[in-house]
Design a protein around this ligand. Sequence first.
Ligand SMILES: Nc1ncnc2c1ncn2[C@@H]1O[C@H](COP(=O)(O)OP(=O)(O)OP(=O)(O)O)[C@@H](O)[C@H]1O
Length: 303
Amino acid sequence: MAALHIVDVKKRYKSLQALGGVSLSVEPGEFFGLLGPNGAGKTTLISIIAGLNRPDSGTAAVHGFDVVKDYREARRRLGVVPQELVFDPFFTVRETLRMQSGYFGLKNNDKWIDEVMENLDLTDKADTNMRALSGGMKRRVLVAQALVHKPPVIVLDEPTAGVDVELRQTLWKFISRLNREGHTIILTTHYLEEAQALCNRVAMLKGGKVVALDTMSKLIKRISGSQLVVHLARGTLPDGLKPLVSHPDELVSGSRYTLRVNDYAEVEPILATLRQSGAVIDDMQLHQADLEDVFIQIMEGEK
Ligand SMILES: Nc1ncnc2c1ncn2[C@@H]1O[C@H](COP(=O)(O)OP(=O)(O)OP(=O)(O)O)[C@@H](O)[C@H]1O
């Protein structure tokens, strides 16, 4: 049974169709990326999965439990790290985590709470009031809060936005461990490098619709070859190379050109053509296609 099963979910805010019929399934144990530009509908979809928002139509189920009809059962299987930092400022970190355990009916949860705090480098702050924590520390508590009931499915909505390198590393180490131990992870992020390193499969949303849904390796293979970026100190791009330019505006703007190359063997003839035309290369890089290239290509194709 799917860890998450979403069928034709639609959501409208007045005149704005935030989700226009989203369907997708995530299998247990996957590390799944939900990507898309600002306003694509990612947070709306997550809030529907978490039962904080109702779809106008369509269904979402966590391990077979409908998020509306079987709310409690679905919620019990889900840990959500929200994007926004909302806390009761009067409680300490440990109290906050104990209360969250209480919501799930867990009384003697201190051993796991300690372990979660340890893994998120929160132990030193266990008895500190929430209001005295820095933004990054608060974000750690949000993650800890989502994990107190050991949910099989963990949803992280931009957990590393505005977070320092150390916390990112701590967080990904812990989340990757949970994933290895069998937890399903669903992640939204604007850091495509992180998504590429972590996710096995990705859905890309745009304007409330799924515009790509595939494994990471297949998505990256969609972009054939690499790009050769050349900066010319002198001369302009010879006509013969113009069809290779990826961004037509570079032909107008001048000395930096991004050229498509299907394999390394094509690089040498390009350099020879440049040399023969009298152009002088100031700097060049060979850039392997990555998730960011795929993202840009898919999003531009969906304009
Ligand atoms: N409560 C609301 N009332 C009206 N419009 C809303 C509401 N919540 C979200 N929207 C709109 O719905 C669309 C989708 O928003 P959503 O927050 O789901 O996008 P997102 O993909 O999470 O974006 P971001 O990457 O910026 O977090 C946006 O156009 C947003 O302005």
